[in-house]
Design a protein. Sequence first.
Length: 122
Amino acid sequence: MYLNDFKREYTINSLEELNEILLKRYTHNANYFILTFQDEGFPQLTAFVKANEAVLYYLDTTESFISESTTKTETTAIFYENEYSQILLPKASILPITDFYKAAELFFITKSKPINITWTAL
């Protein structure tokens, strides 16, 4: 698996490597992860991470999804695309970081949309 974050690209060969890199945080206690596979741009799991929260996107060749939380609100929260650029994301999509960690593991194993997340089609 390939994994990109704020700083660089990694080649991931094990769940141990994956779990170690997903703990990395930079400015604003944040990171942005893009997970995909070696010769394919899709499927792709992306996550905007700040402290102990995450907003996830799943993209394949024909569909796109965003994570759905139990919070029903129209408000937004600030996350980061890189160390300098903010992005406003819906609070209704924010999940606990542990849900992202589990989703990343499932994605690594199955190369498909993680089933531990409730998704909303975009």
